[in-house]
Unconditional design. Structure first.
Length: 407
């Protein structure tokens, strides 16, 4: 089989990260304080994080979805404003999102190769890897995956089709991504009935009108069909109820199809480029556990905010080489405790805050949370929870600044 080479190509032995548990999130207080969640959200470089996970998880992860940088050589920004006109980007409130810029193709391929090799090791024998890219680098990535998995283990080349405006006037508009799906062997998970979809109404009408339709083969019209390897799902920009503002966010329906097809309830799903957190969010909604990782606090915070809505507890960890961006708290911010709960007095433009009612100075156990509504309305400044003498509050501003307040 053909393979791809670049200067200095070799599989390195990455230094494992030293992972520190920062907090445990109990959405709405459910499970507080004794439950030990199986799902993990990690801040750090995914190469060293995956190396650190190998002793515990090698050959144990049932599904990995990877949505790495696409080799676009762009810097992406996140939107933090609300109620903005999507047609007027010059008026958007923006902060740094993530970078997808490289010195050259060799650097990008080496970045991808090292990480895909670790994903292969982490994947269970019946597991599936979905690698999501676009036209910039998918052809190179397929050769890398053929080398790591074997070309015979390509399950699907999936095309995600979508609509949207484009500035291109000298070629056909590029409106699809590629998702390469690879397995380790023949005994892989594929829940065909979980992803069936209704037949087109024209097909239904044809079979009902003529017994000769389909050359005598009549499908089970009520059961539905297995989706083709091209999928149409609207981009998140057109799905107002899903938008987080995080750049290149993927739609829930896309990940839902992948999670339902290639994992079972109780399975472990991983996304080491978690970004906006769609993968762990969908995994939790369908009874799966997850490991999610990203190297930016913006991504980890966005993922945390979404995970809270699932009601499933999870831990937040960090590579010891990475720090959460705490900053000095404005003097105008204070909090008071009463029999009814905690009342927060602040002029900060808050995006999120949470309370550990019995802070031990080590692991923050979040028993109550409040977050800014996605579209309109104000973030609650009072949380109904009884706090002891060592209560602690953590706050995140809309710009991503992190504060801590002991009460």
């Amino acid at each position: 089989m053909p393979s791809i080479h670049w200067a200095g190509k070799r599989l390195a032995q990455p230094e494992p990260a030293s992972l520190i548990q920062d907090s445990i999130i109990y959405p709405g207080g459910r499970g507080y304080p004794g439950a030990h969640p199986a799902s993990r959200l990690i801040l750090g470089d995914n190469l060293s994080v995956m190396a650190a996970l190998l002793p515990e998880y090698e050959g144990r992860i049932n599904l990995i979805y990877a949505d790495p940088p696409f080799f676009t050589n762009r810097k992406f920004q996140a939107r933090i404003g609300r109620g903005e006109d999507s047609r007027k980007p010059d008026e958007w409130k923006l902060v740094e999102g993530y970078q997808d810029d490289w010195q050259n193709l060799d650097e990008y391929l080496d970045f991808l190769y090292q990480r895909l090799a670790l994903m292969y090791r982490l994947l269970a024998p019946n597991g599936t890897l979905y690698l999501h890219l676009d036209w910039h680098a998918d052809a190179y990535a397929r050769l890398l995956l053929d080398e790591l998995f074997g070309a015979e283990n390509l399950l699907n080349e999936i095309i995600w089709v979508y609509h949207g405006p484009s500035p291109i006037r000298s070629a056909f508009n590029r409106k699809h991504d590629m998702i390469l799906s690879y397995v380790k062997g023949k005994d892989y998970t594929f829940n065909v009935d979980a992803v069936r979809e209704p037949y087109n109404q024209n097909t239904v009408n044809t079979f009902r009108s003529s017994p000769k339709a389909g050359f005598g083969k009549v499908p089970d019209l009520d059961r539905g069909k297995v989706p083709e390897d091209w999928w149409y799902f609207p981009v998140v920009a057109r799905l107002h109820n899903e938008r987080t503002g995080y750049p290149t966010q993927k739609p829930n329906a896309l990940l839902e199809r992948i999670v339902l097809a290639s994992s079972n309830p109780g399975d472990l799903v991983a996304d080491f480029f978690c970004g906006s957190g769609t993968t762990p969010f969908i995994a939790a909604k369908h009874g799966r556990h997850s490991i999610a990782c990203d190297e930016t606090f913006r991504a980890v915070h966005t993922t945390r905010s979404r995970m809270i809505d699932t009601g499933a507890a999870f831990s937040i960890e960090r590579d010891s080489d990475f720090a959460f961006p705490y900053t000095s708290l404005p003097k105008s911010t204070n909090a008071s405790a009463s029999m009814d709960g905690i009342l927060l007095d602040t002029k900060l433009d808050l995006d999120y805050w949470e309370i550990d009612p019995a802070w031990d100075g080590k692991t923050f156990k979040s028993a109550a949370q409040a977050k800014r509504p996605a579209r309109s309305g104000e973030i609650p400044h009072e949380l109904k929870i009884k706090a002891g003498g060592n209560a602690c509050i953590r706050l995140v501003s809309a710009k991503g600044n992190l504060y801590q307040l002991n009460i």
